[in-house]
Ligand binder design. Structure first.
Ligand SMILES: C[S@@+](CC[C@H](N)C(=O)[O-])C[C@H]1O[C@@H](n2cnc3c(N)ncnc32)[C@H](O)[C@@H]1O
Length: 235
């Protein structure tokens, strides 16, 4: 498999540096806390079983969303594609609670949640099984001294490459110009991915079937447009 030529220091950073901010916001309402206590254990991603064994009905593909925030996009995708199994990872518990609430309200059956750092479940995910990975509005960590917290290191990309099916799609969106440049550089210098954009419309418009996330709505409200980057995993 093509592997990036990341340095040892890059490797150490992505293994040990926290890529997310706060884990908790406002105290959860008692009803929502009860729902999380009851439902989350039943739909939590199970590190002792491969992903393909974790969905009740037969699924014909598995997609992963990293850092789903409040889960707006993930829930909409899961409802639109009942034949696909979804894994969502998010360490911010209020966001997890929001998605658990939507899953309960909408009776969604095809989502497994990892309420923590996605990198912890990478070793459990077998090779070449993910058809699509979404990383939407990742924390840009704009200060120079925080840049090492950015999630899209070549080491993370090596893992993404390993877990994805050949021909699978990696979709990254951001409203932060520097981060877009960084993501584009990181992914297009990785030998395992090809950027699919043919014209400006391809990065200015979201892919088909898109649901806006909370961060995207916040950016749009400030008049900031997002950039959408779609890559294909090479065989
Ligand atoms: C700026 S927010 C965007 C949330 C959501 N995707 C949206 O667009 O509304 C970035 C999210 O990524 C999550 N995140 C950062 N590092 C992560 C990691 N290693 N594993 C899983 N989620 C992570 C953060 O907790 C945060 O909720």
């Amino acid at each position: 498999m093509p592997s990036s030529a990341h340095s040892d220091s890059d490797k150490q950073q992505s293994e040990h540096v926290r890529s997310f901010g706060r884990r908790r916001g406002k105290k959860l309402r008692p009803g929502r806390e009860r729902l999380v206590d009851e439902l989350l254990p039943k739909i939590k991603f199970d590190v002792s079983h491969p992903p393909s064994q974790q969905f009740a009905g037969a699924v014909n593909d598995i997609w992963l969303e990293i850092g789903f925030g409040g889960g707006e996009h993930l829930a909409a995708q899961a409802l639109a594609h009942p034949q696909i199994g979804f894994i969502g990872a998010e360490p911010f518990i209020n966001g997890v609670a929001k998605l658990v609430n939507t899953i309960s309200d909408e009776n969604i059956k095809n989502v497994r949640i990892w309420p923590d750092d996605v990198r912890e479940i990478f070793p459990t995910i077998t090779d070449s099984i993910l058809g699509r990975i979404f990383i939407l509005f990742p924390d840009p960590w704009p200060k120079k001294r925080h840049a090492k917290r950015r999630l899209l290191t070549h080491e993370t990309l090596d893992e993404i490459y390993r877990m994805m099916k050949p021909g699978g799609e990696l979709i990254v969106a951001s409203d932060h110009t520097d981060y877009v440049r960084y993501a584009l550089f990181q992914i297009s210098t990785h030998p395992g991915f090809e950027w699919l954009a043919k014209s400006a419309t391809d990065w200015r418009e979201p892919p088909k079937g898109w649901t806006r996330t909370r961060y995207e709505e916040k950016a749009l409200a400030k008049g900031i447009k997002a950039t959408y980057l779609v890559f294909r995993r090479q065989s």
